[in-house]
Structures are given as structure tokens and as C-alpha cells.
Design a protein around this ligand. Structure first.
Ligand SMILES: Cc1ncc(COP(=O)(O)O)c(C=O)c1O
Length: 458
């Protein structure tokens, strides 16, 4: 057993530094001088740290807390369920909350996406979808259809299957060799189109890759409605409709990875709805419970489930906590809030205001592009707006980690300063926010971006 450091039990900083291994974090950066941000409380669009300092949660705690923080009613739904049936599994058993939630999700999901397989998070959903499409094709007599086509710079999770779909070199390399069969095509970064492509023919890259690999070897395409990593890449007109056609032509399944883009983030329950396409499978998590409890789901069409209904066949896959009754009760309460309080309507009513606020920052010289949909937007930062020249790695490091991340946080705004593609600031506020909250975001963002411009372009 590790020996606890000799710190007083109340010293959360010291205990965190000694014992808590943060995800995706440079732990070495938290030396004696640098504090780990410790968030202790949340209410509405705001959270407070251990010192009592208030922050605007401009990222909904990683695209999660869609209905905002501190909802007693949603918390109570979990507590009530725990008292009634704290846990039972979905391995061969059902319980009322999982059944009710599955039916409710099926009623909201587009088309015949009627079959709901619960997981405990987004990565588990993607991993499950990858296994599902492989087994589906095997059951249909096409055992060689195993490859997954995803897009460059896209993030689909970190487990070994999901990581094969993730298209971010730095996240993949430490764990290679990955699951074979992860193939990547250009994303829809319309600000920086790949050579040889126009916005109108980007989808053709998917068909070219399927033909290159051999259609008999390709199981599925996985894409987010708006790609998060790289900074909120939206699809050009007709893109997903063409991808759907290509998939149908080559008997390739279409997985819409909506871990972020479902549950109102784009103003609709599902991102596929917003862009008018019909996937075979949707993977989701985060906003399903507004993350008051960890839960994800794979939502599959009737056609996908069909071969699993034959004879002795089963989807030989599962997780102990998939469909956890407390999480399902919390999800039901979360969806009640969506219905009772017009969460989708709020996003639709105000997404234009949100975007207008961000567009108003375009006079700042390092603001190169503003893009996204709904309450999911990004600002790309550039060295030269006319030529679209980006910052090099060292400059990007100095801009994002050396200044913007800490400065925005210091000034009370939590958002994402990211350079998994070119450097961007991402904003994804709780879906209850409106013009007053956008003004609060701007009051921090504008002066900090102006100061960053002075630093970088001096
Ligand atoms: C599109 C997408 N897929 C999968 C994941 C993985 O989800 P999780 O972190 O819940 O495993 C994420 C996480 O942000 C995501 O954005």
C-alpha cells in the first residue's frame, strides 16, 4: 500500500498532488507553485473552486452538464432510485428504469433507431458500436468487413478499439500497435480544405477510401455531426446525405458519434436530426444524464438488431454497470427537464445570439475563424488572418498553455484552449444560457484575446 504523504487531511491541494492522477494532464506541471484547480460546487452556469472563486462554465464541464449545475430534482431522482433499487444489472435482467429510458430514447431517436444498449460512457459506446458492426457483418456472412473509417483529428475515445477510430496522432502513438482496421479520411475543416477537395466533394474521400481498402473489408464509417477535435468542424451542405449514399452503395454501416452532439447541444435531441441524415447507429453519453450520473448508450436500428434475434445468437458483449438504475433514473429526470423547461427551444432561440457574440470578436487580429453549430462553437486563432498562417508548435504552446488557458481561468472563464489540430478556443455553455451569459463570456474573452494578440503579434 502506498504511504500517504504527511499532509493534513484538509489540504486538498497537497492530497490531490500526492494521490490523484488527472486524465490527459501533465502532472509534472503541478509543482509546488502551481495549483490543481479544485471545483467544489456548481449552480446553473457557474461553478466555484475551493477558495470560493466563481467561474462561468463555458464548456458545460466537458460538454456534459447540459441542463446546468446544481439541480436538486435530478439529484433527488438518483437518490430515490438508490433507495428503491440501488443496482441491478442488464446482463440477462431488466429493471423498470432501463426499460422506460430505452423506450423514451427510441421515441426521440431518428427513424427506426429503436434498440438501446446502455453503457457507462462515450468510449464504451464507441467500443460497443465497433464490436456491434463487426459481429453484424459476420452474422450476415461477411466476416471480412472489419475496418472502420473515421476522420483525421477526430476524437472517438481512448479504449483500444475506439482509439483506432480516433484520428489524433499524439493520442495514438504511445499505445501502438492499435486495433487493426482504423482508416482515416479528411475531415470537414472548411477553413483549411485538403488539397484537391472542395467543400462540395469532401464526401468523395470516404468512397475513395472504401474502394482503396476494398468494400468487402469495410464495416462502418464513424463521424460526429460536428467534429469536436480540431474545433467544431461543421459539414458542408449535402455532406452527410452523400456519405449515407456511399455507405448504402458499399454495404457499410453509418455510426453517428453523438457523445457531444446529442441531447440539445445543437438544438435538437440528436445531431443527425439537425443535419437531416439517418445513421444506422448513434453513440451517445454525456448529456444523456447531463452527467449527474455516468451513462452512455448505443442506439441501433431495427435492421442492425435483426440478426441478433435469430436462434442462439447474442451480442456477446456488455459492461456490469450498463443501464445502471440510478443513472437511468437520473437520465429520465434530465429528459423531464428538457421537456418541461424547453431546453431545445432555448438553444434554437439563442444560438444566433451566441454566434453573433463570437463573430463580434473577429476584429481581434488573431481571430481567424469562428465556426460551429448550436451551443458548440470554436474560434480558430491564427498568426496572419489574410494568409490564414497558423502558429507553429512552439508558438501554439506559448499561446495556449503559456497564456490563454491560465489567463481565461484566472479571469473566471472555463473553456477549452486546444491544439489537437490548429489552435482553437472552444465554447460550449450550458443549454440554459442566453444573452446575459454570452455577455459574461465576452467580458472575459475579448480582453484576454486582445492581450494574447499583443503578446503574439508584438
Ligand atoms: C465524439 C466522442 N466520442 C467518444 C468520446 C469518449 O467519451 P468518454 O470520455 O465518455 O469515454 C468523446 C469524449 O469526449 C467524444 O467527444
Amino acid at each position: 500500500m502506498a504511504t500517504p504523504a504527511a499532509h493534513p487531511a484538509t489540504d486538498l491541494q497537497a492530497l490531490a498532488k500526492r494521490h490523484l492522477w488527472l486524465h490527459f494532464s501533465r502532472m509534472g506541471a503541478y509543482d509546488a507553485g502551481a495549483e490543481i484547480p479544485i471545483i467544489v460546487r456548481g449552480e446553473g452556469c457557474h461553478v466555484w473552486d475551493e477558495h470560493g472563486k466563481k467561474y462561468f462554465d463555458g464548456l458545460s464541464a466537458l460538454f456534459c452538464v447540459n441542463i446546468g449545475h446544481g439541480r436538486q430534482d435530478v439529484a433527488q431522482a438518483g437518490a430515490d432510485q438508490a433507495a428503491e433499487l440501488g443496482f441491478f444489472t442488464n446482463w440477462s435482467y431488466a429493471h423498470p428504469r432501463a426499460i422506460e429510458l430505452a423506450a423514451r430514447i427510441a421515441g426521440l431517436a431518428p427513424g427506426d433507431l429503436n434498440r438501446v444498449f446502455f453503457t457507462s460512457g462515450g468510449g464504451e459506446s464507441v467500443e460497443s458500436a465497433i464490436k456491434l458492426v463487426r459481429q453484424f457483418h459476420k452474422l450476415n456472412g461477411k466476416p471480412n468487413k472489419t475496418k472502420i473509417i473515421a476522420r483525421e483529428v477526430a476524437y472517438h475515445g481512448t479504449s483500444m478499439g475506439a482509439l483506432a477510430a480516433t484520428g489524433i496522432t499524439n493520442l495514438r502513438q504511445p499505445y501502438e500497435p492499435l486495433m487493426p482496421g482504423g482508416c482515416h479520411v479528411p475531415n470537414t475543416n472548411l477553413y483549411r480544405l485538403p488539397p484537391g477537395y472542395g467543400a462540395e466533394n469532401l464526401a468523395e474521400a470516404v468512397e475513395q477510401r472504401i474502394l482503396f481498402e476494398g468494400p468487402d473489408t469495410v464495416a462502418a464509417v464513424i463521424m460526429e455531426p460536428v467534429q469536436n477535435a480540431g474545433g467544431c468542424f461543421t459539414p458542408p451542405e449535402g455532406y452527410f446525405q452523400r456519405v449515407r449514399e456511399i455507405c448504402d452503395e458499399h454495404d457499410v454501416l453509418f455510426i453517428s458519434d453523438e457523445v457531444i452532439c446529442s441531447w440539445g447541444r445543437l438544438g435538437t435531441y440528436f445531431g443527425a436530426e439537425r443535419f437531416g441524415y439517418q445513421p444506422d447507429i448513434i453513440t451517445t453519453a454525456k448529456g444523456l444524464t447531463s452527467s449527474y450520473a455516468p451513462m452512455g448508450a448505443v442506439i441501433a436500428s431495427d435492421r442492425i438488431m435483426e440478426p441478433f434475434l435469430e436462434g442462439n445468437t447474442s451480442f456477446t458483449h456488455g459492461f456490469t454497470w450498463g443501464g445502471h438504475p440510478m443513472c437511468a433514473a437520473v437520465a429520465m429526470a434530465n429528459l423531464d427537464v428538457f421537456e418541461d423547461e424547453g431546453i431545445l427551444e432555448n438553444v434554437r432561440a439563442h444560438e444566433g445570439d451566441f454566434r453573433a457574440m463570437l463573430d463580434s470578436l473577429r476584429d481581434i487580429p488573431i481571430v481567424g475563424d469562428v465556426r460551429g453549430a448550436g451551443y458548440f462553437q470554436a474560434i480558430e486563432l491564427v498568426k496572419d488572418r489574410d494568409t490564414r498562417e497558423s502558429f507553429n508548435d512552439a508558438e501554439s504552446e506559448s499561446l495556449l498553455r503559456g497564456f490563454l488557458s491560465s489567463e481565461l481561468f484566472e479571469k473566471g472563464l472555463i473553456c477549452r484552449a486546444d491544439d489537437r489540430g490548429d489552435p482553437v478556443i472552444q465554447l460550449s455553455p450550458p443549454l440554459i444560457s442566453g444573452p446575459e451569459e454570452f455577455a459574461e463570456i465576452e467580458s472575459v474573452l475579448r480582453p484576454v484575446l486582445e492581450a494574447a494578440t499583443k503578446r503574439m503579434l508584438a
